[in-house]
Design a protein around this ligand. Structure first.
Ligand SMILES: Cc1cc2nc3c(=O)[nH]c(=O)nc-3n(C[C@H](O)[C@H](O)[C@H](O)COP(=O)(O)O)c2cc1C
Length: 229
């Protein structure tokens, strides 16, 4: 018996032995966070990128898909935003999920590619109309002199697609070419379960990614390692 209480804070621990592939477990945690509605945005993740001048920057984005077989996560944004410019210069990212109520943290790192245009088109059309208008109206991350000026840009976008059509929800609004999805290919995954006395249960998985056809990557075997907390 351990001298100290080394249990994790809930019932959960990382599987022992560790699974060969961490992606199904990551997806299971993501799904559980949604099903148990543990927080308002269970798909929120902090996305860290490196600016063209080498400085790191981080912000929250929403993870719209985890594809365990293909081995990537998806989020959407403006390709000309600060993060978009960072990713064009340094196409790698790190993301962190924190499901506080579940005592879980998950980290994913790897190369980033733009999602295929057809996929971004399809997703864009599922967005509520005000978000589709907003994607045209906002030059994300650029300065603007006032809130009124932003509202003017929204009004111009609405006029462009037809006021009556936008108000009725029937406007045909295509995806702006500067807006779309990114795929973060998982090259390193770290899963963390909170433990008593800060003796957290922690492991990482790493693999080599080889460029495949059409801006994809093919993953090699994962190497799993338990880490000290
Ligand atoms: C809960 C939450 C979800 C967000 N989701 C997104 C998102 O999916 N895509 C996005 O571009 N920005 C999202 N944002 C806004 C970003 O955090 C950020 O302000 C914006 O993308 C500009 O970042 P940048 O200037 O570093 O490019 C979200 C913010 C919050 C708080």
């Amino acid at each position: 018996m351990a001298i100290l209480d080394m249990s994790t804070s809930g019932e959960r621990t990382l599987p022992d032995p560790l699974p060969a592939d961490p992606m199904p477990l990551l997806l299971a945690w993501f799904t559980e966070a949604h099903e148990r509605a543990v927080q308002p945005n269970p798909n929120a993740m902090t996305l860290a990128t490196v600016d063209p001048d080498g400085r790191p920057s981080a912000r929250i984005v929403l993870c719209k898909a985890i594809e365990p077989n293909a081995g990537y996560l998806v989020f959407h944004t403006n390709y000309r935003s600060r993060k978009g410019r960072a990713l064009e210069a340094n196409p790698r990212a790190a993301v962190v999920f924190h499901w506080d109520a579940l005592d879980l943290q998950a980290r994913v790192e790897g190369p980033v590619v733009r999602a295929p245009a057809s996929e971004s088109d399809a997703y864009f059309q599922t967005r509520p109309i005000e978000r589709r208008v907003g994607a045209w109206a906002s030059d994300q991350s650029e300065p603007i002199e006032s809130r009124a000026a932003l509202e003017q840009k929204v009004a111009e976008a609405v006029a462009r697609f037809g006021v009556a059509e936008v108000l009725s929800g029937a406007a045909a609004i295509p995806r702006p070419p500067h807006w779309g999805g990114y795929r973060i290919y998982a090259e390193r995954v770290e899963l963390w379960v909170a433990g008593n006395g800060r003796l957290h249960d922690r492991a990482c998985w790493e693999r080599r990614l080889t460029p495949g056809a059409d801006r994809t990557f093919v993953g090699g075997m994962w190497a799993a390692t338990r880490l000290q907390p």
